[in-house]
Design a protein around this ligand. Sequence first.
Ligand SMILES: [Fe+2]
Ligand SMILES: [Fe+2]
Length: 317
Amino acid sequence: MNGANTLIGKQSTFAKRQNPQLQIVQQGGYLESVSSKAGSLNLMVSNKGFEMIEGTLKINERLTLLPPDDPNHSETYYILEGSLKNDAGLMLELGDSCSTQGLQDTFIFTALGFTRFLYISSKPIFHEISHEMQDLLQLAVDIELKDGYTADHCLRLQRLSYATGQELALESHRLHVLDYGAYLHDVGKIKIPLEILQKPAKLTDEEYRIIKNHPSYGYDMLANTFMKEAGRIVEQHHERLDGSGYPFALSQENILLEAYIVAVADTYDAMTTDRPYRKALDPQIAFDELDKYSNIHYPKEVVKAFRSAVKRIELGH
Ligand SMILES: [Fe+2]
Ligand SMILES: [Fe+2]
């Protein structure tokens, strides 16, 4: 499941018909539900490790099928409503089913309209993908708000980064990890004291040194979650091509392409949105600034791909 979206609700609507032997969960009643801007996940059955979940997705939101993490785990999807398509033109339509058993690659499908599906997992997965997701993704949004961004900063960064990754023809699994990495890039700021994060005056060297820990804090926070693969992207999103970045002053190809993508998107978004200390700049000024630092802070091809991605998003493609 793709989950890097702000979760906005969590509820339990366990409506059941009572019988000492047979527990019937009535239509519309779920053991637990979580919803987000992208859709919802509703736990219908949880039985000896096996789970049946109903999922919904809004138009243009994504469903990601991942290769199983162990050979005994399988996931099956059955489309109840709507249809989905992947970049290669593969369709999942009403009544279709598929399983992740034997998958080597990651498959990312986009909902062509409102979509509803059954999701059956051979191991308990609901809490992992809902609660863990809920906490971290919410934290990412909270911290950006405290840092003076608008609530959509994470979402915009996710969209911009993903689209740039597509321009650079990243394969599906890397796109999937980039999706989370972009959304969670600043989650480590939660460990930075607020008086430093929100200090209206210039930071002292010591305060700046503390701020510079946030990529590593983010990496640590993801280390034991199912999003751990995104940790390196988070850790490197302030590294720069010429070695002038932090926390490790990495340079050139020692920095992940995904981290460069997030860096470019983050810089652009910071410039083109209102910040506490100045109004949003015109996109053209932001592009000029990125061009100026192309091949100094960011690889040229990433800046170029980012431009195309922004254009494509503006055109609604
Ligand atoms: Fe950051
Ligand atoms: Fe940011």
